[in-house]
Design a protein. Sequence first.
Length: 278
Amino acid sequence: MPSLSTLVDNFNSGTVGPNWGDSYGGVSIVAGRARVPLVAGAYAGFQTGRAWTLAGAAIYLKLASRPAASTGTDVSQNFMVTSPTAGTGIGFKYNAVTSKLRMQSNVDYYDATAVEITYSATDHLWLRLREDGTNIYWDTSPNGSTWTNRRTLATPAWVTEAIDGCALDLFCFRDAGATDFAEFDNVNTLSDGAVVTATGSGTMTTAATSAAKRTATGTGTGALDTMATAAASAVYHATGSGSLDTDATATAGGSDHNDIDFTLGRPHSGWVVSAPWT
C-alpha cells in the first residue's frame, strides 16, 4: 500500500523517473523542474501509475512556473489525485485566465461547491493535500514549511475504497493561444540539492598515481612589528604508485635546484650543522 507521502522527487535526475510511468503529452525535465507543455487543444502531464493511496497521506509540491493566458479562455495547471473512476479526483486547479486557485473534489469532472481564491505567486507558491482519516485538507504555503488551510472537507468514500488505486496527475491544458509551458517541482521535499557526477581513475584494487610537485618552505625570524626573514628549504613530492593491499613505491621528483635560493646566515652559538654542510 504505497502512501503518497512516500512519493518524493525534486526532478534533479534530468530524466522522467520510473514513478511517472503514465506521463503523456511530451513532458520533460528541464533545469531540475518537471516541465509540462501547453499546446492548444492538447492535454499533457506527469502521471504516476494507479498504485497509490491518499488515505492517511500528505503530498505537497511547488508551482515552479505557470502558463500565460495568451488568447485562451481555458488555460489551467492542475495538481490532482485521481480515483480509478474517470472524472473523480481531489486537488488544485490554477486558472491562468482568471488568476484563481480552485480547491476541488470532483465527481464527473466538476465540483459545484469548490472553493476559489485569488492566486498569489508568493503566498500560494506551495500546495499541499492531506487526509487524516476524517477530512481532506487543502493547504498553501509561501515556503513549504508554514502552511495555511484553505478548505476542509469530509473524506469522500472513494479515498478509502481506492487503496492502491489512485494516481497523482500533474497536468496542464490550453484551449487556444501561444504554446508555452508550466513547471512543477519539489514533490514532498524541500531539497533542491543537485547530484554531481565526475570521472576518476583507480579502484580499490589498482594503483592510483599522482603528478609530482615542488614547494619551498623556510624558517623565519622577526619581531612583531618588523619584517621577518626566512631561510629556504626545499620539499619534493614524488610520483607514487601502489594499491590498497601492496606496498607503494615512489620515484623521486627530481634534483633540480636551479630555481631554489639558499640563504645561509652567519653561524652563531647554538647552531648545529649537518650534511651536506659539514
